[in-house]
Design a protein around this ligand. Sequence first.
Ligand SMILES: Cc1cc2nc3c(=O)[nH]c(=O)nc-3n(C[C@H](O)[C@H](O)[C@H](O)COP(=O)(O)OP(=O)(O)OC[C@H]3O[C@@H](n4cnc5c(N)ncnc54)[C@H](O)[C@@H]3O)c2cc1C
Length: 412
Amino acid sequence: MSNAFGKIVILGAGLAGLTVAESLRAEGYDGAITLVGAEAHAPYQRPPLSKGFLLGTTQAAQLVMRSPELLAKKGIHLKVDAGATVIDRAARRVTLSSGEILDYTGLAVCTGARLRPLPLPGAGSQGIFGLRSLDDARTLATALETAHHVVVIGGGFIGLEVAAAARKKSLDVTVLEAAPRLMSRVVAAQISQFYHDLHTAHGTHIVCNAVVTELVTQDGRIVAVRTQEGQEFAADLLIVGIGVIPDTAMAATAGIVCAANAGNAISVDACSRTSDPAIVAAGDCTARHMDDGTWRCLESVQNAMEQGKSAASALLGRNRPFTATPWFWSDQYNAKLQIAGLSGGFDQTVRRDTPGAAASFSLFYFRNGSLIAVDSINQPADHTAARRILDNNLPLTPAQVTDATLPLISGC
Ligand SMILES: Cc1cc2nc3c(=O)[nH]c(=O)nc-3n(C[C@H](O)[C@H](O)[C@H](O)COP(=O)(O)OP(=O)(O)OC[C@H]3O[C@@H](n4cnc5c(N)ncnc54)[C@H](O)[C@@H]3O)c2cc1C
């Protein structure tokens, strides 16, 4: 397909879509590239939305990854405000919301994910917000200026980052988490406890085992939430942070195979290929096959970039499997959490403290004696070493972990 007659269409102008487009050029593809985005914006970074953007320390202009002009210089035709509505695989064409039809020789589906809706009556009332897009962040930032009692449903990464931003604005903040501890899907109890203490020390009220079952509204506005346990929390601003759903309805309707046990995300192999040889997929809309046989959505910057690069290669008939160790980060107050690897199924954890630094340590997860993941808090050197160890399958003993005077990588 690396000739001037190719027509590659990319659906979704987020990080994954942008990476596919730029990687195609980097690999020497000189045919047409059309990057189609449903939002009104050129590709922008999402992670700062729940961090500096809400605090006003990061401006919208700083989020832009590539301007339309820069993309045009690379021969990438960006169409914004242009959601695709239909993929016709037999005819190899997509229809946009405007009715325009784009033919393709290769298609990349990078449609990301959308907010999981709160399944309760009143969820559309005024004062209730989610955070996925720049437009969401703008609306939320404005609402935070006049709010008093903020309730966050969901003690995951985004809920906690938003809670920290709201507390920094001196608002009264309560986080309600249905599980027995914070971020329980991803981290071990010791890390959850660290964050519970951190948020509590900053004055946030954290309530775990709190399942919200009722939204109390007055004149169409949220005023309180009630939990299954019978507690009521006043709220003039409610943030729903209960995760996302892969945006794959269009792909599924077109018959592209999706993983029913992974939120119906598009099933891709390590090279980002889908069930259709002319179609690749990358980023939050995909599920990747794991070694234990399950399908998993990784929902991270690294995943969007690595799958995007693999997808571009696959469109050019090349193999570039994404095999690197997954990594992720989250910033809450003065604590930077960096995660390397996937800790699911661990049977042992070993803690490595940084001498003389109270809020700086790493937790190493082992399964059957082998390292599978490391969570580092304010310890970037451990994170870097962990990725090297996991990427290269280097040996590591618990003794090396516990004694912070010993290097993690022998010989370093
Ligand atoms: C607030 C927030 C904070 C985050 N913080 C972190 C972090 O600290 N670290 C980290 O690693 N990750 C973080 N993430 C996750 C990370 O941003 C995502 O994993 C990444 O943006 C995924 O990129 P993507 O291109 O797959 O999807 P998206 O960025 O969601 O882009 C997909 C795009 O496709 C568009 N689209 C959907 N349907 C169509 C259609 N039919 N036609 C055309 N376009 C369509 C969407 O409008 C969207 O613009 C955060 C995410 C959010 C929302």
